[in-house]
Ligand binder design. Structure first.
Ligand SMILES: C[S@@+](CC[C@H](N)C(=O)[O-])C[C@H]1O[C@@H](n2cnc3c(N)ncnc32)[C@H](O)[C@@H]1O
Length: 208
């Protein structure tokens, strides 16, 4: 019998708690949105999540938690000194390796490259697209336009820093002509989806 099959339910539960504790311990400016990411994945059971900007891995691991689908984290680490870039990449690999080793997450694929270059050869439909770091209006529009064409009809787009940059990415989010909702904390996480029912469910369940 496989080792996992003989685990007592209490041990399995505490293992899950370790997973959540670990996820919550990862340093990030995105901290605070992990629980919603985990909720959303359970809700829509995505086959494919694309996470634009994985940095030290928090959002990517949160999207991969208990997710049988595939999560693609994309980052270029183009900013900062060589030491800073290496540190971020090493930390991401360490966090993701740990999540996979302890079975907190699986099917994580890291792609090192600029978002727009990766989008040129992308060939999978996307259920959840997360855009983190497009702070200017122009960058937000550029990345949204490049990736939105791969989104499934009722796919969900999350955009971070809506409130940190209200006149830039915030204005872009405001202008988008889709049903939407905003988490008004931790920098502001905007959610858009053509499925109005899902947006209403988020509003109710998350008391927004
Ligand atoms: C705020 S961090 C992402 C945080 C991450 N979502 C988390 O949960 O901790 C933004 C990341 O996007 C990356 N990035 C910014 N612009 C990029 C681009 N055009 N192509 C690839 N990566 C980019 C940066 O290197 C940085 O690591």
């Amino acid at each position: 019998m496989a080792a996992a099959a003989i685990l007592h339910p209490i041990i399995r539960r505490s293992k899950r708690n370790h997973a959540l504790q670990f996820i919550h311990s990862i340093e990030s400016t995105w901290k605070g949105h992990e629980d919603f990411a985990i909720w959303l994945v359970q809700k829509i059971q995505p086959k494919t999540v694309v996470d634009l900007g994985f940095d030290r891995g928090l959002s990517t691991i949160a999207f991969a938690y208990k997710n049988p689908g595939h999560v693609y984290g994309i980052d270029w680490f183009e900013e900062g000194t060589y030491a800073e870039k290496s540190f971020a990449l090493d930390t991401a690999f360490r966090n993701i390796a740990r999540a996979i080793r302890f079975n907190y997450a699986k099917n994580i694929h890291l792609i090192i490259g600029p978002f727009h270059e990766v989008s040129k050869t992308w060939n999978r439909k996307i259920d959840i697209l997360h855009i983190d770091w497009a702070h200017t209006y122009r960058a937000a529009k550029f990345h949204f336009d490049n990736w939105q064409r791969y989104l499934r009809d009722e796919g969900v787009v999350l955009i971070h820093d809506i409130l940190s940059c209200p006149n830039e990415v915030g204005r872009f989010f405001k202008e988008l002509p889709f049903p939407k909702i905003l988490f008004p904390d931790h920098g502001g996480l905007g959610v858009i989806c053509s499925d109005k029912k899902l947006i209403e469910e988020i509003r109710t369940d998350w008391q927004l």
